[in-house]
Design a protein around this ligand. Structure first.
Ligand SMILES: Cc1cc2nc3c(=O)[nH]c(=O)nc-3n(C[C@H](O)[C@H](O)[C@H](O)COP(=O)(O)OP(=O)(O)OC[C@H]3O[C@@H](n4cnc5c(N)ncnc54)[C@H](O)[C@@H]3O)c2cc1C
Length: 375
């Protein structure tokens, strides 16, 4: 996750590893840092080439080596609060709706402003601050790209808790999300000092759209793999629910067809990720590899529109129980006496339907994987 792509093979490897991680976790989260590092590598190389300098490349290379040595988790603080969407950053009544440079001196810069949605912010080590849109000359102070430790003076996070906010955990935490939950945060920067060795660029307003474009292309490629891993979870869960109902999808055509449809959707957009890797292009400034933009965008469009069909199909093969099942609280509560109604007893082929057994099975058996699943 801390690698700048040196070949299209690196992109294929990233695709595979993100998919496998998301089969386990639902969302791997750390791939955002990879996408940002790759976008910044391209941006700083372009600045140097246009100016005939080498300092931006050198500064980024030193930072990259440092984060690899420390193996730290990087969050992406790109999406600004944005305020009035019809206005550019410098036209906003409140300049803090976009992160911007407040002052500069020999030691570094001072930034203020708000980034709106930062995945994993509270448990990252550092945030990569990047411009979120194209900008004009008057927006130069808003074109800032730098790295900030999450505990830097002046950083405040308003965080959405992981799991299901508002849910009462009267008998323990949510089983899945206490381990794999995703938190997001609004991050407020109030006069935060950033030393020059952590500033990748500032003031280069012409570069802001280049960085958002390259970051988005890398990120859409990663999203394809992430949603494929999540799709694998749905495929495995759908197959398990069929078995729990005493039916085998490969024997019943009314179940086989939606399961095949589910697999077709997942492998369909994943194929776009493979194509984007194979047709990757080498950036002429940085020498690094970027996924093909058309296949990355088509894959992202397919997954973002078909995600609803994926849920519908998983629901179709599973029946109403998946929306009517008791929540984690009930599953962790051992009944005083076993008294499952006979009509809800586990079928001979599947013994996962009683709460305590389900919990034991959840803890001891590996999650359904692409290879161990229905395929
Ligand atoms: C689960 C999740 C995780 C995320 N993680 C991160 C993260 O880690 N880091 C990060 O930086 N971001 C993250 N994001 C933010 C994501 O990139 C943004 O949500 C996305 O870019 C849209 O921005 P927005 O939410 O401000 O919506 P807006 O840009 O406000 O869009 C809302 C609507 O208004 C329309 N609109 C906006 N501006 C205009 C205009 N000028 N003219 C006409 N129509 C307009 C849009 O088309 C859209 O329909 C995450 C988002 C989600 C949902």
């Amino acid at each position: 996750m801390l690698q700048v792509n040196e070949s299209s093979g690196d992109l294929l490897n990233k695709l595979e590893v993100v998919r496998v991680l998301c089969q386990e976790t639902g969302c791997a989260q750390r791939y955002l840092g990879h996408d940002a590092l790759n976008g910044i590598a391209q941006a700083v190389a372009r600045i140097d080439d246009e100016r005939g300098s080498t300092e931006h490349r050198a500064r980024f290379a030193a930072y990259l080596a440092d984060v690899q040595d420390r193996d730290i988790a990087l969050g992406v603080a790109m999406t600004d609060a944005k305020g009035d969407r019809s206005k550019k950053p410098h036209q906003q009544a409140n300049p803090d709706t976009y992160v911007h440079v407040v002052s500069r001196d020999a030691k570094g810069i001072v930034i203020s402003g708000t980034k709106a949605i930062v995945t994993g912010a509270p448990y990252m080590h550092e945030l990569l601050v990047m411009p979120s849109r194209n900008m004009g000359r008057e927006d130069a102070d808003f074109a800032v790209c730098c790295a900030v430790p999450v505990d830097a003076t002046g950083v405040t996070m308003v965080s959405r808790p992981a799991g299901r906010p508002g849910e009462k955990n009267e008998h323990g935490d949510a089983l899945f999300s206490r381990q794999y939950g995703q938190s997001t945060a609004v991050v407020i920067f109030d006069k935060v000092f950033v030393p020059w060795d952590r500033v990748f660029f500032e003031g280069e307003w012409e570069l802001s759209h280049t960085l958002t474009y390259s970051y988005a292309t890398h990120h859409r490629h990663s999203c394809i793999a992430a949603r494929a891993g999540f799709g694998d979870l749905l495929i495995g869960a759908g197959a398990l629910m069929c078995e729990a109902n005493g039916l085998l999808p490969d024997e019943k055509s009314n179940l086989r067809e939606p399961m095949v449809e589910l697999i077709k959707i997942v492998e369909g957009f994943y194929a776009c990720g493979v194509a984007a890797s194979v047709y990757a292009t080498q950036d002429r400034h940085s020498g690094s590899f970027m996924p093909d933009a058309v296949f990355s965008n088509i894959g992202k469009l397919l997954l973002a529109t078909q995600i609803y069909d994926m849920h519908r199909l998983a629901h179709e093969v599973s029946g109403g129980l998946i929306v009517a099942l008791p929540g984690p609280m009930r599953i962790t509560t051992r009944p005083r006496r076993p008294r499952s109604p006979k009509c809800c007893a586990p079928t001979p082929t599947c013994r996962r339907t009683s709460g305590s057994r389900w919990r034991a099975s959840w803890k001891t058996s590996p999650p359904p994987t692409r290879r161990a699943g229905i395929r």
